[in-house]
Design a binder for this molecule. Structure first.
Ligand code: ADP
Ligand code: MG
Length: 548
């Protein structure tokens, strides 16, 4: 058995010199990334990650991969010790995730590292500890596979500790790393335990099932497959229908030959075909694999292997765009003469101008039947029923209108707003952003503003209260301009929307449903909560025992 395993060797200086050098271990999540990659390279079917205190006290990654033969164990924490490449030629066509032989030695330099391993051909396992840099190897009980424990990260480099975030945030970053790899490798089981509690458990699954586990089943239901193949280049995976989107790119994952890579231009190529299908500043969700001959990819450009270079950039980006465009072809673009969603009548306007005889605007028509507990709308759909959260739905409608239109209406007479000096400063420094959303404020003395214009899409009630609440939003941690704009729009939408508990007439409910159907992302509110739950006739028939 042992014979067939790749053996660890120290790379000769001629090869080592050609490897992108630099810091590998930045934070607990980067340790986890390296250890997970080692487990995947060892062809593990199950990988378990455990941590305490965000991984700062203890981090352990265990796998059931092929293990390391005892004779090789003393080498693993040496610099440039690897079983994955041998020569400079190998560097040009890397098929494994690791190749630098630097991860374990870098981790051992800044933490207390212990490794326990056994191969299928061995009766007894092996433990490695490093005492003052010297490897101590002894027999140990172990299942087949490898378990690496990293204690007291950065104990000897206090300066590095200063760059870390809170244990809670570090734990989140570890979780993100685990979830990312779990999405790339759905056939591998992943489990994450934090401070003794299971945080994520992913049994072997299909790609779509894994997406459902990581991002929610309702998201998975809105994902469509993409596939595009050329000679030795393939783009495949899942992208979201234009019915769901997020405000950030955090749910766009790209893997090149199974290796997570920074989105960069790939995100631009993914998003281009969505133009006219998603409202501005909304981001599709995606899990995309690019598979190509490893000779076309240079992974040796970044120490943490987060960036890569393509030899045939244009074909790669082209393949991605074409795959996405093809998958989206069934979803019409809103262009030219098409009515933009923000032009639909708002709730505040008088009754709708309904076309004679046409009860619903769209084929997927929602018909309001009743209000439930002054919070939900019960509606009939062509193939069943729906429950709509009146606040979440209205919030989403207003949010989209705010981002889609700069139109504002003058307030006659202008409204006077008195604020504290801190609030005045916040408003002052964000006047252009507010104007972009349709709120025109004119400084009038040091702590007074005149509200001259208000967004056309919002009812003009409770304006002072809304503006004061906005001041709070503006004072929160600095964010990019786009993020702030969305946060403000989302806050405005939330404050202005119908609340749970508001009594609605049937007509108002129907108006809300019509606007919801015209929305880009009717399924969720800006925070991603569901706005609508549907129940099909088939499901009803099944529940009532009318069909199997
Ligand atoms: P690299 O992955 O770049 O080769 P590492 O420092 O991460 O370098 O690991 C050094 C070597 O130790 C690997 O090449 C591999 O042979 C062995 N190794 C590390 N982790 C594992 C594991 N989980 N299972 C089997 N072998 C491992
Ligand atoms: Mg490695």
């Amino acid at each position: 058995m042992t014979e067939s395993l790749p053996r660890i060797r120290i790379l000769p200086p001629t090869v080592a010199d050609r490897i992108a050098a630099g810091e590998v271990v930045e934070r607990p999540a980067s340790v986890v990334k390296e250890l997970i990659e080692n487990a995947i390279d060892a062809r593990a079917a199950a990988i378990q990650v455990e941590m305490r205190d965000g991984g700062l006290r203890v981090l352990r990654v265990s796998d059931n991969g092929h293990g390391i033969p005892r004779e090789d164990v003393p080498l693993v924490a040496e610099h440039f010790a690897t079983s994955k490449i041998q020569s400079a030629e190998d560097l040009a066509a890397i098929r494994t995730l690791g190749f630098r032989g630097e991860a374990l030695s870098s981790i051992a330099a800044v933490a207390r590292l212990e490794l326990v391993t056994r191969t299928a051909g061995e009766l007894e396992g092996t433990r490695l500890r490093l005492l003052e840099g010297k490897p101590v190897v002894e027999p140990a009980a172990s299942p087949v596979g490898t378990s690496v424990t990293v204690r007291d990260l950065f104990y000897n480099t206090p300066a590095r500790r200063k760059f870390l975030k809170s244990p809670l945030r570090e734990a989140e970053l570890v979780q993100e790393t685990v979830v990312t790899y779990s999405l790339a490798y759905p056939s591998i089981a992943f489990r994450l335990i934090a401070d003794g509690r299971e945080r994520y458990a992913a049994p072997p699954a299909t790609e779509l099932e894994r997406i459902g586990l990581a991002w929610g089943r309702d998201v998975a239901a809105e994902m469509i497959p993409i596939s595009w193949e050329a000679l030795d280049l393939r783009a495949r995976g899942y992208i979201s229908r234009p019915t769901v989107a997020r405000s950030r790119r955090d749910a766009q994952l790209f893997f090149v030959n199974g290796r997570p890579v920074r989105a960069g231009l790939l995100a631009v190529m993914l998003e281009r075909p969505y133009e006219g299908r998603l409202p501005p500043a909304r981001r599709p969700l995606a899990v995309i694999h690019l598979e190509l001959d490893p000779r076309w990819v240079d992974v040796n450009v970044h120490p943490r292997k987060a960036e890569i270079r393509f030899a045939q950039e244009r074909s790669v980006y082209g393949a991605l765009s074409r795959a996405v465009e093809e998958a989206l072809s069934a979803y019409p673009r809103q262009e030219g003469a098409a009515t933009p969603f923000w032009a639909f009548p708002t709730l505040a306007e008088p009754a709708l101008l309904r076309e004679e005889g046409a009860e619903y605007r769209s084929a997927g028509g929602l018909r309001a039947l009743a209000q439930l507990h002054h919070s939900y709308i019960v509606a009939q759909t062509p193939d069943g029923m729906a429950l709509i959260d009146q606040h979440a739905a209205h919030e989403q409608i207003l949010f989209e209108r705010l981002l889609g239109s700069r139109r504002s209406k003058p307030l006659q007479p202008p409204l006077r707003l008195e604020v504290t000096s801190q609030e005045a400063q916040r408003l002052d420094s964000h006047l252009p952003l507010l104007a972009e959303l349709g709120i025109e404020l004119e400084p009038f003395g040091s702590r007074t503003f005149l509200v001259r214009n208000w967004p056309e899409s919002l009812p003009d009630k409770e304006i002072p209260a809304i503006l004061l609440a906005l001041c709070e939003e503006l004072g929160r941690v600095p964010r990019s301009e786009g993020e702030l704009r969305e946060a403000v729009a989302s806050k405005l939408a939330c404050l202005s929307a119908i609340k749970a508990g508001d009594v609605l007439s049937l007509e108002a409910m129907q108006g809300l449903l019509d606007s919801l159907e015209a929305a880009w992302s009717p399924a969720t509110c800006p925070h991603g909560r569901p706005a609508i739950i549907t129940l099909s006739l088939t499901e009803l028939e099944r529940r009532f025992g009318r069909r199997q």
